[in-house]
Ligand binder design. Structure first.
Ligand SMILES: Nc1ncnc2c1ncn2[C@@H]1O[C@H](COP(=O)(O)OP(=O)(O)OP(=O)(O)O)[C@@H](O)[C@H]1O
Ligand SMILES: Nc1ccn([C@@H]2O[C@H](COP(=O)(O)O)[C@@H](O)[C@H]2O)c(=O)n1
Length: 218
């Protein structure tokens, strides 16, 4: 039986994770936060003091990566049995993830780990290349974006709520730099999949985004 897949790609802070988690719950489907895999790898690489340009060593860390995901209201991620959820959302983690995600050898190792999430009754997958590379045959594809200043403001609020110190201008600069790297890399760059529904969430609520996607897939 074919497994229905809904892919939601877009830049950092567009709301992909929030919307995907809520949709997965609503539909009773599995959820893949592919960014958390790249982020977990970045944490493992940094923990082991591997340089971010040492391709062979990073591939070794990727091959040995043992991750467990617990998807409740918040996603809990364990690396080799240890809870790394608190480190996942840090900007340093996101920036390191984006640097190693540009390496084709790393993407090749992580491809199957992501495809393994495709299981009945269905999957909502969020990331940068879900609809273009990882699940090109997905039944439904969405490209979710928002202006970079809105995304920086949302990220700022999110970090402050977690008690993490943040600087709005610094966040905006980091987000733009990460977007540029994700869009311009040679392998699996961030781009809109053909046939995807385009949504700009700058001026609309999370509920409105969810309604548009549910209307699209029904
Ligand atoms: N339409 C919206 N209106 C207001 N706030 C929103 C909207 N969409 C998302 N947010 C808020 O923006 C923040 C970032 O959202 P989220 O983490 O889902 O983005 P993301 O695209 O998954 O980012 P990343 O790719 O970096 O993981 C969250 O605090 C979320 O609640
Ligand atoms: N499918 C994906 C998902 C993520 N990345 C890279 O990881 C970085 C962190 O992702 P978040 O979604 O958690 O912000 C992101 O900037 C990308 O470089 C990816 O390449 N492909």
């Amino acid at each position: 039986m074919a497994v229905p897949v809904l892919t939601i790609d877009g830049p950092s802070g567009a709301g992909k994770g929030t919307v995907s988690r809520l949709l997965a719950k609503r539909l009773g489907w599995h959820y893949l936060d592919s960014g958390s895999i790249y982020r977990s790898l970045a944490i493992a690489v940094l923990q082991q003091n591997v340089a971010l340009d040492d391709v062979a060593a990073i591939v070794g860390v990727a091959q040995a990566l043992v991750l467990a995901f617990e998807c409740g209201d918040e996603l809990v991620v364990k690396l080799n049995g240890l809870d790394i959820t608190a480190q996942l959302g840090l900007e340093t983690t996101g920036n390191a993830a984006s640097i190693i995600a540009a390496l084709p050898e790393v993407r090749a190792v992580l491809l199957q780990k992501q495809q393994d999430f495709k299981q009945l009754p269905g999957l909502v997958a969020d990331g940068r290349d879900m609809g273009t590379v990882v699940f090109p045959d997905a039944a439904h594809k969405v490209f979710l974006t928002a202006s970079s200043i809105k995304r920086a403001e949302r990220r700022y609020k999110q970090l402050k709520e977690k008690g993490i110190d943040a600087n709005l201008m610094g966040l905006a600069k980091d987000i733009e730099e990460r977007d540029r790297r994700d869009r311009e890399r040679a392998t699996a760059p961030l781009s809109m999949a053909s046939g995807a529904l385009f949504i700009d969430s700058s001026e609309i609520t999370i509920d409105a985004v969810i309604t548009q996607i549910l209307d699209f897939i029904r």
